[in-house]
Design a protein around this ligand. Structure first.
Ligand code: ZN
Length: 129
């Protein structure tokens, strides 16, 4: 079973017709979000135009909320395609990571550390979406 086809409802922030916004259970930085197409597709090239459009609009909306409601202008976004570059779930998804002023992200230390998100931070994030 694919964990992005059946997302953990506790991590779900927003849903559009074709996409979902969820909290990354193993965050980098202040916290991290994932924008995921509903249909199972491993590669960005497997997505159709409607799915790409829906995904990017949700991504844009997410960045806007981060900038305005969290007052955080610095956002890092990316996707990993292939195990060689760190893909861990073979269902296409965009990452969004937030930085506090001055930066608290230590990717080398955090990647692979597998520290789950704390419940109180999850509740805090949900207040904004
Ligand atoms: Zn899937």
């Amino acid at each position: 079973m694919c964990k992005f086809c059946e997302v953990n409802k506790n991590l779900l922030l927003k849903e559009t017709e074709l996409s979902r916004l969820v909290v990354n259970y193993f965050p980098l930085g202040k916290f991290a979000l994932l924008v995921i197409p509903k249909r199972h597709a491993r590669l960005i090239t497997d997505l159709n135009k409607a799915e790409i459009t829906d995904l990017i609009l949700l991504y844009q909306d997410t960045v806007k909320i981060i900038n305005e409601k969290f007052n955080l202008p610095s956002v890092m976004g990316w996707f990993n395609q292939g195990a060689d570059v760190g893909e861990t779930v073979p269902h296409f998804h965009f990452h969004v990571a937030l930085f506090e002023t001055g930066g608290n992200l230590k990717p080398v230390e955090r990647i692979g550390a597998k520290v789950p998100i704390q419940e109180e931070l999850l509740i805090y994030i949900k207040n904004y979406f």
